[in-house]
Ligand binder design. Structure first.
Ligand code: ATP
Length: 310
């Protein structure tokens, strides 16, 4: 959760910025009886790629949702709506809020946008109502919104286990220059991607996040890049052949590593410097004109991130 602002008016709004994430590491350890997968993942927030959520009290009995992005549903399927209903039920108050989402995080892209918005609303409603849920209840409620949502309650670089909801913050002692490439207009649902796993799990002894976590602690960018690894490159390449062109392009731009983030289809690349990432973004826009959305920036060292986060 980034930066919170208030208006002095009697009916005040709360405005929160809530970030995207990438998965620097994603291994699948098994499948549970309820159909969810057990993961080991390293989540990295991108504090400069954010949705902005404005929550304003209204008179009424239902949340009203608006969104700047025409493809995002504004009905009860929106995680922001579900967060508002859950909060109101818990607090025993009417869910009388207008919630506007200014969408900058690409939708159904493996960047966690919906979960980020939902978690941000839980935090914003605590602030606007003065009602505190408590850490454990807040985490449970976020978990009900989705497996990734608990991470966004306090989005720090983290090791995630369980279904992605058991979180331990980890230290990042350098910033990581990142370029994102998304094949615009080709959303992928997490459900589809997980179906492609078909019981092939990553062995704990062979594939571990420990070398990556050590490199993050050491602040060694080259080692960080070398130890990134995610799981969905292969099924996503079969579904979206354009991604192979992205990977080839990124290699030609001397990226240090590139992978699909989460369940895709956004590809992230680690670069030596933000300047290199910016230059590659410009080239990608020329090379894939009309077929790519780009973003470049950096995941910041934990110290900086922690200072700017709630
Ligand atoms: P997932 O891994 O859950 O698919 P994602 O990060 O890849 O997450 P999201 O941007 O969260 O993708 O969108 C997934 C779907 O969730 C969208 O297709 C949309 O219908 C629905 N959705 C519900 N609430 C939101 C929201 N606030 N923002 C974006 N999408 C939302």
């Amino acid at each position: 959760m980034l930066k919170t602002e208030h208006s002095a008016a009697a009916i005040r709004s709360v405005i929160v910025k809530t970030p995207a994430k990438i998965n620097l590491f994603l291994a699948i350890r098994g499948k549970r009886a309820d159909g969810m997968h057990e993961l080991e993942s390293v989540f990295l927030p991108l504090p400069d790629l954010c949705d902005t959520i404005t929550v304003t009290p209204i008179h009424g009995r239902e949340p009203e949702i608006t969104c700047s992005h025409p493809q995002v549903p504004v009905d009860s399927s929106n995680l922001v709506y579900q967060a508002a209903i859950a909060f109101a039920e818990e607090a025993k108050i009417p869910p009388a809020w207008h919630i506007h989402i200014d969408k900058k995080i690409p939708v159904a892209a493996g960047l966690g946008g919906g979960s980020s918005d939902g978690a941000a609303v839980l935090n914003a409603l605590e602030e606007i109502t003065g009602i505190t849920l408590g850490d454990s209840r807040r985490h449970q409620m976020a978990r009900q919104l989705g497996a990734d949502a608990p991470f966004f309650l306090n989005p720090l670089p983290s090791l995630a286990r369980g279904i992605g909801d058991k979180l331990d913050p980890v230290t990042l002692n350098c910033s990581i220059p990142i370029l994102l490439l998304n094949p615009g207009g080709l959303p992928v649902s997490a459900g589809w991607a997980y179906q492609r796993i078909r019981g092939s799990f990553d062995d704990l002894m062979e594939i571990s996040s420990i070398p990556l976590l050590k490199a993050m602690w050491e602040g060694d960018l080259e080692k960080i890049a070398r130890n990134t690894r995610t799981r969905f490159n292969e099924p996503l390449l079969q579904k979206i052949p354009l991604l192979q062109m992205f990977f080839d392009f990124l290699r030609n731009q001397d990226s240090m590593a590139s992978h699909v983030s989460g369940s895709g289809p956004t590809v992230f690349a680690v670069f030596n410097s933000e300047e290199q990432a910016a230059a590659a973004a410009l080239k990608a826009e020329k090379e894939f004109s009309g077929n790519v959305w780009t973003w470049h920036g950096a995941a910041r060292a934990s110290k900086n991130t922690a200072n700017s986060l709630r």
